[in-house]
Design a binder for this molecule. Structure first.
Ligand SMILES: [Fe+2]
Length: 130
């Protein structure tokens, strides 16, 4: 895996996350869950901007793709199943960052991706609590 491909992989996942969260927020009346999902949405949007910036730093243009995750969530019927898959998606991102973080240059890229990893781990924890 090349560094730019890794950034694009995570970018696609974060874009999918933005789509999924926007939809889920409209599908629940549960206020605390809505607040949690809104927080995730802000994070995912910020992550997209960080990743686009890191890709530009490499002299590349970010890909335009959105991960297939969004369609997988859409295909499910109940909110329970959707949030269950959302948790697995959050775990997937944290796992991919652990798997490929050896590619990351020291300094900002390493720190930004570490922050994205921790954020996803925290999201998993808070959703499992809820
Ligand atoms: Fe995410």
């Amino acid at each position: 895996m090349k560094l730019v491909d890794f950034y694009n992989l995570i970018l696609e996942a974060e874009r999918a996350g933005v789509e999924v969260l926007k939809e889920l927020i409209t599908q629940t009346e549960d206020q605390p869950l809505q607040e949690l999902l809104k927080k995730f949405l802000r994070d995912e949007g910020l992550n997209c901007r960080i990743l686009v910036s890191l890709i530009h730093d490499l002299g590349s243009e970010p890909g335009q793709k959105t991960g297939s995750f969004a369609d997988k969530v859409r295909a499910l019927d109940s909110l329970e199943e959707k949030t269950e898959l959302l948790i697995r998606g959050q775990e997937w991102v944290a796992r991919k960052i652990r798997e490929f973080r050896h590619l990351l240059p020291a300094g900002s890229p390493h720190l930004f991706l570490e922050a994205i990893k921790v954020q996803h781990e925290e999201n998993v924890d808070s959703m499992k609590k809820g």
